[in-house]
Design a protein around this ligand. Structure first.
Ligand code: IPE
Ligand code: IPE
Ligand code: MG
Length: 247
C-alpha cells in the first residue's frame, strides 16, 4: 500500500512587510547533539552550516541587516574542550568566509570584543571585514565575544572620556549619542529577534537596541532550523502591531 505523506503547505512571503534588521540567537546546538548521542561540538558544526544557509536566504529575500549571536561574553565559562572546539570552528569557518558570501555581496562585520580572541582569529576577522566592506548587499553582523552589558559599559566609558577631555558637553548626551557609541553604530535597531530552542530569554543580546523589537521564540533547535522556519517567523512578525508606546 502506498503511503502518501501530506506535504506542509508552502508559506508565501509575497506582499508581507519584511523586517529591515533581523537578530538571531543561534541556540540549541548542544541539545541537538545530546539528543543524538553526539558530542556538543557536533551540534556546533551542524549549527555553522545552518548559519550559512539562513544567512544566504536572508540576503536573497532582501533583508538589509542580519545580526547573529555566535558566542557570548559568558560562553567562556564552558568547559575548555567545548570552547576550544568552538574556536577551531570559528577559524576554519572564517577562512572559508573570505570567499563565502562574495557572490551574495554580503558585508561582514563583527560585533563584540575582538581582543578576547587569538591573534590569528583577530586577523581573520579584520581580513573578512576589510575585504567585504565595499560590497553593497546585506550587512551581516556576527556577534562574537559579544555581551550587551559590556557593549553599554564601553559606550559609557567612551562618552565620559570625551566629556572629560572637553570634546563633548554633558548636554550633548542623548539616546542617539549612546546608540552611536555601540558596536551597531549607524545601523537600524533590530525589528525582529528570533530565538530558536524554546528559551524565553534575551541572554545579554542587544539590550539597548531591542527596546521595541518584536520577539519570536521557536521550539526548534538551531541545527534543525530551516528556511521555512524563517518564513514562519517572518509571517508572525508581519502580523504584529508595533505601537512604540502609542496607540
Ligand atoms: C548555541 O548553542 C551556541 C553557543 C552558545 C556557542 P548551545 O551550545 O547554547 O546549545 P544548548 O543551548 O546547550 O542546547
Ligand atoms: C546565547 O545562548 C548565546 C549564543 C547563542 C551565542 P546561551 O546558550 O549562551 O544562553 P543561555 O545560557 O541559555 O542563557
Ligand atoms: Mg544555549
Amino acid at each position: 500500500m502506498a503511503i502518501f505523506k501530506k506535504k506542509k503547505p508552502e508559506l508565501s512571503l509575497e506582499g508581507i512587510v519584511l523586517p529591515k534588521h533581523i537578530g538571531i540567537i543561534m541556540d540549541g546546538n548542544g541539545r541537538w547533539a545530546k539528543k543524538r548521542g553526539l558530542p556538543r561540538k557536533a551540534g556546533h558544526r551542524e549549527g555553522a552550516q545552518v548559519f550559512r544557509k539562513i544567512t544566504r536566504y536572508c540576503s536573497e529575500i532582501g533583508i538589509k541587516y542580519l545580526t547573529v549571536y555566535a558566542f557570548s561574553t559568558e560562553n567562556w565559562k564552558r568547559p575548555e574542550d567545548e570552547v576550544g572546539a568552538l574556536m577551531g570552528l570559528f577559524k576554519s569557518y572564517l577562512e572559508e568566509a573570505l570567499s563565502d558570501f562574495k557572490d551574495d555581496d554580503i558585508v561582514v562585520r563583527f560585533i563584540g570584543d575582538k581582543s578576547g580572541f587569538s591573534p590569528e582569529l583577530q586577523a581573520l576577522m579584520t581580513e573578512n571585514e576589510e575585504s567585504s566592506k565595499n560590497r553593497d548587499g546585506m550587512v551581516l553582523n556576527i556577534a562574537m565575544n559579544y555581551g550587551s552589558r559590556d557593549e553599554i559599559v564601553r559606550a559609557v566609558k567612551s562618552i565620559s572620556a570625551k566629556v572629560k577631555s572637553g570634546e563633548l558637553d554633558e548636554s550633548d548626551i542623548d539616546e542617539k549619542l549612546v546608540s552611536d557609541n555601540l558596536y551597531t553604530a549607524g545601523q537600524p535597531d533590530p525589528d525582529l529577534i528570533i530565538r530558536p530552542s524554546g528559551e524565553y530569554r534575551i541572554s545579554n543580546f542587544m539590550l539597548w537596541q531591542a527596546a521595541y523589537t518584536e520577539f519570536v521564540i521557536m521550539n526548534k533547535l538551531w541545527p534543525d532550523f530551516q528556511k521555512s522556519d524563517l518564513d514562519e517567523a517572518l509571517l508572525i512578525y508581519a502580523q504584529r502591531s508595533r505601537r512604540y508606546g502609542g496607540i
